[in-house]
Design a protein. Structure first.
Length: 320
């Protein structure tokens, strides 16, 4: 089980005074919270831990789950906070719930804190296939990032290289009690469908598929890094909100895609998939009239994009 302890290497001694843990009470986050606490004790580090439970209000057992998480935290002697998702929408998609969760997490994160999430290698593989089937660009195919900025602090995923089987073995060894969410069996959700119906067939045919996919993702990250660093973005007069249209048009289409992805990423908005990117270049940029708009995503949905075209430049903002 040294892999789990070693996964925290580099995170335990950082400057953050408080460690936040996204804690659903399921297998993954239970192992994360327990193992993080044990690692801090072992290293004799005095860091405050706050477990954050998000009540989605989607299940009749949600109150019982809150109580379970609260009691587990009391046993572990860590602080506990619970927040409810609030939305005016009657039906929430997987992505809606995810965005609302991160909004809640960001409320707790400041410059003195690091948020730990329990995503693991199986999640990375599922995300890889999910994004391919949805249609993704290079930013999407590189998968879930191990760490990124969130609010004024940082979000990290120490288990991203570890399998779910390893976490389950750890939980059994330490006799950890965790919640089994029945919605994880509902294959009407895309990720559950991939997990239940597609992954097992791939694993049966190619037992070492996880390492191969992870290797492919790592290679794509390197290529993406080379593509971004090898291009002089100053030539396109790329700034946070605007992009010089005339200079962009002079670029090859392949370079236009790199520049546009970089620009959208710079603004913290959702990266376009390949189809959206092609339409953005071939229809909107090349043929649309000035003062026209190009949108993707849904109005009011976090990260959705609105681009305005003028004679001189493109201007980007969140679609609200």
């Amino acid at each position: 089980m040294n892999e789990i302890y070693e996964s925290f290497s580099g995170y335990l001694t950082e400057d953050s005074k408080k460690f936040l843990v996204a804690f659903s009470g399921g297998l993954d986050s239970t192992v994360l919270l327990y193992a993080l606490k044990q690692a801090l004790v072992k290293e004799k580090l005095n860091k405050e831990i706050l477990a954050i439970h998000v009540d989605h209000k989607q299940n009749k057992n949600s109150k019982n789950w809150i109580e379970h998480c609260k009691k587990f935290c009391e046993t572990m002697q860590v602080s506990f906070a619970c927040s409810q998702i609030k939305s005016n929408k009657k039906a929430l998609s997987e992505n809606d719930l995810r965005n609302l969760r991160y909004e809640i997490f960001s409320e707790f994160v400041d410059k003195n804190s690091t948020l730990f999430l329990a995503h693991h290698l199986d999640d990375q593989i599922e995300t890889f296939f999910f994004r391919i089937f949805r249609g993704t660009g290079m930013d999407g195919i590189v998968g879930i990032p191990e760490e990124r900025a969130l609010n004024e602090g940082r979000l990290v995923r120490p288990f991203l290289g570890l399998s779910k089987d390893l976490l389950l073995t750890y939980a059994k060894k330490h006799k950890l009690d965790f919640i089994k969410d029945p919605s994880n069996k509902d294959t009407s959700f895309d990720r559950n469908y991939i997990r239940k119906n597609i992954i097992p067939k791939i694993k049966n045919r190619w037992p070492n598929y996880e390492n191969k996919v992870q290797s492919f993702i790592d290679i794509q990250k390197e290529y993406l890094g080379v593509a971004e660093t090898s291009h002089d973005f100053s030539d396109a007069e790329l700034s946070k909100n605007t992009l010089n249209l005339r200079k962009l048009i002079d670029e090859k289409d392949s370079q236009k895609k790199i520049i546009l992805r970089k620009w959208i990423k710079l603004n913290g908005l959702n990266s376009p998939n390949q189809k959206v990117l092609d339409n953005l270049i071939n229809i909107f940029i090349k043929t649309s009239k000035n003062n026209s708009y190009f949108h993707w995503g849904a109005k009011g949905k976090k990260g959705s994009v609105s681009i305005k075209k003028t004679k001189e430049c493109l201007a980007v903002s969140e679609l609200i």
